[in-house]
Design a protein around this ligand. Structure first.
Ligand code: 6PG
Length: 252
């Protein structure tokens, strides 16, 4: 298994700046090596600073957007115009500002019933399948970490369809922040096949989940981000000081 690399930044702005540089390097490397860059975006607030940086000079003008294919690690079961939609949030922060062809945006159809959307998304992944897989070996997967330890839409508890999950995409209904959250998510089957995974984690409210995930006992049902294990490529945690406070103590 690949050891995770943990990089601590003074604050979320410094984290976002570093993430943008790393994103750009991987995009140029992928397009040079394979003619395209496949990336699965994360939802939530933490990556918005990264998306906004990519939407401005120099990245806006220098990255190979025509060869970049955007997917999502998960999506809420809402229409693409809904403020809660991960696609909508990326559209406002990034796609409205860069020359990415609309056909390069491979969104989960949040407006559909989750199981139908999951099946459709699995078919979209198939069209970009890498050899020996039914999905792309993503050049980059961006992930966040919830206060409860979830990542993408892999929430605490067993994975309904079996553990390890045999499907590349799942429709899930989770109870999150006191209300049911209907979502579609990539599963560890896909996430763990990526060439590079970035976790972006910022804020004091993530400190306990970060410590438990990275320095606590292996309990993937309680801390689902522990399901993200790569046997090749790189796994990098880009975290800010506020989120790393409990981790420092645990690792020292
Ligand atoms: C989503 C994300 C989710 C997110 C975490 C952290 O759809 O919301 O995929 O997994 O990464 O909830 O969210 P914040 O970055 O807003 O803390």
């Amino acid at each position: 298994m690949i050891e995770p690399h943990i990089q601590v930044y003074s604050n979320v702005d410094a984290l976002s700046r570093a993430a943008a540089k790393r994103f750009a390097a991987l995009a140029l490397e992928a397009v040079t090596a394979r003619g395209r860059f496949t990336v699965a975006l994360s939802g939530g607030g933490t990556p918005q600073g990264l998306y906004q940086r990519l939407a401005h000079h120099p990245f806006r003008d220098q990255l190979p957007w025509a060869q970049t294919h955007f997917f999502w690690g998960d999506e809420r079961s809402v229409p693409p115009t809904d403020p809660e939609s991960n696609f909508h949030q990326a559209q406002l922060a990034l796609f409205d500002h860069i020359a990415v062809p609309p056909e390069n945006l491979h969104r989960v159809k949040g407006e559909w019933e989750p199981r139908a959307a999951a099946n459709d998304y699995a078919s979209q992944l198939c069209q970009f399948a890498s050899p020996d897989l039914a999905w792309p070996r993503f050049d980059l997967v961006l992930l966040g970490l919830g206060r409860d330890g979830h990542t993408a839409s892999l929430f605490p508890g067993p994975i309904d369809s079996g553990d390890p999950c045999p499907s590349p995409v799942l429709a899930v209904t989770a109870d999150y922040q006191g209300r049911p959250a209907r979502r579609v998510t990539l599963t560890p089957l896909v996430l763990n096949s990526a060439r590079h995974v970035f976790f972006l984690v910022a804020g004091a409210d993530k400190a306990e989940a970060l410590k438990a995930t990275l320095a606590g006992p292996l309990e993937p049902e309680r801390w689902p981000a522990q399901r993200i294990l790569l046997d090749q490529g790189t796994l990098t945690w880009l975290v800010d000081e506020a989120a790393a406070t409990a981790l420092h103590a645990a690792l020292s």
